[in-house]
Design a protein around this ligand. Structure first.
Ligand SMILES: Nc1ncnc2c1ncn2[C@@H]1O[C@H](COP(=O)(O)OP(=O)(O)OP(=O)(O)O)[C@@H](O)[C@H]1O
Ligand SMILES: [Mg+2]
Length: 379
């Protein structure tokens, strides 16, 4: 309960107002009263109560009308309706309109105290949830700001200086020293990549992407993504086999971010797979959606992990030895898919492999589609 809660009681019966004042004020509550609906609404704005009791049957503005007006202006205000036995059905209607509970007349002091305590507890929980949500938002924003200003810039400068230093010292460095510098550069690049990922997750600005949306051909997106992951796959002895089923409609989107999604899916497919097991990338269209499916024949995903993989920092239980990651790739990919009005899903058989499918709403038929429908083309 809030420390000194304020309760507003709106009722046209003097005797009810007196009884409520006596019973509730004997706790640590402040009780304000109003003899009709219009006065009640004025008092409500003045005192901003933590809980409101309102009689359903009053001359002038009825309790239901008062409830509606309160809910319209203060949707989180906790309102309990007081009702006679004859009007239980309207009490139910009031509950449907957002009343927290109803108190039938006549009521005992204990019944009044009990329902008031429950109403105030509900109010406290609502306020707590709101303030937690606000805190979370602030944390997100602050985190993004701290990471970008306090870490990203100095690390970027460090990286630049390192490049210059290595270039200047080139001749004088022993092979061992060159290797150490190379490792230093790789670690710095990893760190900057990680910061970039964090910023993508925590910045609330993903919606800004929409400003750059334009009709985009996914065949090109797939080709770019494959090109960027290919060296990594080749090092692991894995081939990537893309197939585009034409005609492939365009989607409205940001090509760079969509390529990032496909790169994330491909990187995972390589990371969680084995040498000599090819990865398939299929792009096709069905039911107004364009889909890109990445299928591997790797370690697969445990059933209990599947529903959580797209959450921030989530990692599955079937991690091959020596594989590292921070559990952000899929979370970022989901956000990018959703900002495009699309979705991303996973299906897997542990030990057999996984398929991740990105679905996006199609906007138009591709201008350069070949004449024969549903012809397949390797990219
Ligand atoms: N193709 C896949 N096969 C098996 N497991 C996968 C696959 N893709 C994702 N996972 C599981 O989902 C988890 C989350 O993937 P996600 O890409 O978000 O993070 P990550 O790969 O661990 O790290 P990073 O943020 O560096 O990408 C992984 O840790 C892994 O357990
Ligand atoms: Mg990943």
């Amino acid at each position: 309960m809030p420390p000194n809660p304020t309760i507003l009681v709106i009722d046209d019966e003097e005797v009810v107002l007196d009884a409520c004042t006596q019973v509730l004020a004997s706790g640590s509550c402040q009780v304000c009263t109003a003899g009709n609906g219009a006065e009640g609404l004025l008092r409500l704005e003045e005192v901003q109560p933590d809980l409101v009791f309102v009689d359903l049957k009053m001359p002038g503005l009825s309790g239901l009308e008062v409830l509606e007006k309160i809910r319209a202006k203060h949707p989180r205000m906790v309102v309990i309706v007081i009702t006679g036995y004859a009007t239980v059905s309207s009490a139910i209607e009031a509950m449907k309109k957002g009343a927290f509970d109803f108190l039938p007349k006549p009521f005992t002091p204990d019944e009044l105290r009990l329902i008031a305590r429950r109403g105030l507890e509900h109010h406290r929980l609502v306020q707590q949830t709101l303030s937690l949500r606000r805190e979370q938002e602030m944390l997100r924003e602050n985190f993004a700001a701290i990471v970008s200003h306090e870490l990203k810039s100095p690390l970027g400068a460090l990286q630049q200086n390192l490049y210059v230093l290595v270039a200047e010292l080139d001749e004088q460095l022993s092979p061992d020293q060159q290797q150490r510098f190379a490792r230093l550069q790789t670690r710095l690049e990893d760190l900057l990549k990680l910061i970039h990922s964090w910023l993508r997750v925590f910045s609330v600005d993903i919606n800004k992407l929409k400003e750059t949306f334009q009709p985009t051909a996914l065949a090109e997106v797939v080709a770019k993504a494959v090109e960027s992951v290919q060296p990594h796959a080749t090092r692991k002895g894995i081939s990537i086999e893309p197939t585009v089923t034409e005609p492939l409609p365009l989607v409205n989107g940001d090509a760079g971010s969509l390529a990032e999604v496909v790169v994330n899916l491909l990187n995972n497919a390589v990371k969680y797979s084995f040498p000599d097991r090819p990865i398939q990338v299929r792009a096709d269209a069905a039911n107004g959606q364009v889909r890109i499916a990445v299928t591997d024949r790797g370690v697969g995903i445990a059933k209990e992990d599947l529903p959580h993989l797209f959450q921030d920092f989530a990692r599955g239980h079937t991690q091959p030895e020596g594989v590292s990651g921070c559990g952000l790739g899929l979370a970022i990919s989901r956000r990018i898919a959703e900002v495009h009005g699309g979705s991303i899903s996973a299906a897997s058989e542990p030990g057999q492999g996984s398929t991740f499918t990105l679905s996006l709403p199609a906007v138009a038929a591709a201008a350069d589609s070949p004449p024969s429908p549903n012809s397949e083309r390797k990219v």
